[in-house]
Design a protein around this ligand. Structure first.
Ligand SMILES: Cc1ncc(COP(=O)(O)O)c(C=O)c1O
Length: 480
């Protein structure tokens, strides 16, 4: 049972957290850290020290002398346990989680079915390598992905470790199957940090700066971004399709294009939701020219937007879909799923990797997918949207700095600008995020201009916490 905590300045609880007794000393106070996470953690916000507290600061010092500077933290509190809608730090603070580890723990941290399946699998075997000696869990995850992704055509899947690796493999498959080199991507896109996916990602700082040269045959076109479309939001879908198809025709040539790669709702680039009609129009164009449409659903997929996949919203059926993040309740797993003729085009041995589809990660995915289905987390995500959107709009009405409230289900954002126009204001976004963090609400920023606050609560978060988080947000925006 988690205990109460308090703070003082006498001395800190030294040594690794795992070695500390359940009640260790932070300052002059005993901190009782939870011995387990999951939904049994008290679902409450509880701030008992400054943020970060002394135990986190001590770990941060060790982190600075042991971990590379290139890794940064949104909020430098070290985690002791997490579950439901809270993250508990090593000082005993319990924070409301509006981040889900960047859209990963939609089913909650240490979700019951994930823990059960992983525990059982770890005790049986941890690795054989699917390319050496296969196992049923991998096949089961592929069957599930084939069933759940948009379209009822014949599909195949392949599993990998990370989102970036899935995107790389989707491009490999599209190139192989079409025999064409070019990949078309969008402004504000984010697809990962490997060499090819850096080329596919739009934003320079911090993702690409000084990491080039990048992979070739990548062509970038404008994104249908209603707030910033020069012709206005009403004309955005039609005009964006005109510009994109004309650029592809004149600068690349349709016959040279293996794939158009798009996030149905852009994630890191700013939670940009294209206007209705845009994705179906793009799908139609791709189909007409034998171009593989790859939907990168790594952030938007698996119930997050209120459907199994964001593409479902307008009944778009991509040729290939990439998944990762939310699929395995926090364990590293990713997939490429799509048309059997494309997926099976590649020669045996052409796809794979030592760890891809690791049995423990597959067990986690089966627990996570089962939870999504049994607890209808898509409906929970819609309910979260129904609660949050009106509150966010209320905040926006009282706040000149918010130019747009957008998103679907449990993937929502506000875009922050200088009042009176749409000039991005990343400084205010950072200040609001910092104020939320201090008050015990974990929120993330994103966007090409760093001026978007995004909200990705676990789908299992309780409504009182959701409500409290929104009140903290309103407070952080007050007077801006
Ligand atoms: C849409 C999208 N694609 C790809 C990736 C890369 O995934 P990973 O960090 O697992 O490599 C991300 C990660 O944020 C993402 O949001």
């Amino acid at each position: 049972m988690p205990g109460r905590t308090g703070a003082s300045r006498c001395r800190t609880g030294a040594g690794p957290v795992r070695d500390r007794p359940p009640g260790f000393i932070v300052g002059c106070m005993t901190v009782q850290l939870p011995s387990a996470g999951g939904s049994s953690l008290p679902q409450e916000r509880r701030i008992v020290t400054e943020i970060p507290g002394p135990a986190s600061r001590e770990l941060l010092e060790r982190r600075h002398s042991s971990v590379a500077r290139g890794l940064s933290h949104v909020l430098p509190v070290f985690v002791a346990a997490a579950g439901g809608g809270v993250v508990v730090d090593v000082d005993g603070n319990s924070l409301i989680d509006f981040g889900s580890g960047i859209a990963v723990t939609g089913v909650g941290n240490s979700a019951e079915r994930v823990v059960e399946r992983v525990t059982e699998q770890v005790a049986r075997f941890t690795h054989t390598c699917f390319m050496v000696a296969p196992y049923e869990g991998y096949v089961e995850v592929c069957e599930e992905l084939n069933r759940l992704t948009p379209g009822d055509h014949e599909k195949r899947s392949a599993l990998f470790n990370s989102g970036a690796e899935a995107v790389e493999n989707a491009v490999k498959i599209a190139r192989y199957a079409t025999g064409r080199p070019a990949v078309v991507v969008f402004d504000h896109a984010y697809h990962g940090r490997t060499n090819l996916t850096m080329a596919l990602t739009a934003k320079n700082m911090p993702y690409k700066h000084r990491f080039g040269p990048f992979a070739s045959e990548v062509y970038r076109v404008p994104m249908a971004y209603p707030l910033r479309w020069p012709g206005g939001p009403e004309r955005c879908a039609a005009e964006a399709l005109d510009v994109i198809t004309s650029l592809i025709h004149t600068q690349v040539g349709e016959d040279n294009v293996a794939a158009v790669l798009i996030e149905p709702i852009q994630g890191e680039g700013g939670f940009i939701v294209p206007p209705d009609g845009f994705l179906p129009g793009l799908a139609e164009f791709c189909a007409a020219h034998g171009i593989v449409l790859i939907a990168d659903e790594i952030q938007s997929g698996l119930c997050r937007t209120g459907d199994w996949f964001a593409s479902d919203h307008e009944s778009v059926v991509p040729d290939l879909v990439t998944t990762a993040k939310g699929i395995a309740g926090g364990l590293p797993l990713a997939g490429v799923t799509g048309r059997a003729d494309l997926m099976d085009a590649v020669h045996p041995g052409g796809l794979g990797g030592t760890y891809g589809g690791n049995p423990v990660a597959c067990a986690a995915a089966l627990g996570s997918l089962e939870t999504m289905a049994k607890e209808d987390l898509a409906a929970r995500a819609r309910r979260i949207g129904d609660i949050m959107l009106p509150r966010l709009r209320e905040i926006a009405t009282a706040t000149a700095a918010i130019a747009d409230v957008r998103g679907r289900g449990a993937m929502l954002a506000v875009e922050i600008v200088r009042p009176g126009g749409i000039e991005p204001d990343p400084a205010t976004a950072a200040q609001v995020a910092a104020a939320c963090h201090q008050a015990g609400l974990l929120v993330l920023t994103c966007g090409t201009f760093g001026n978007v606050l995004r909200f990705l609560p676990p789908m299992v978060i309780g409504e009182p916490l959701l409500d409290e988080g929104l009140s903290i947000l309103a407070e952080a925006f007050a007077g801006r």
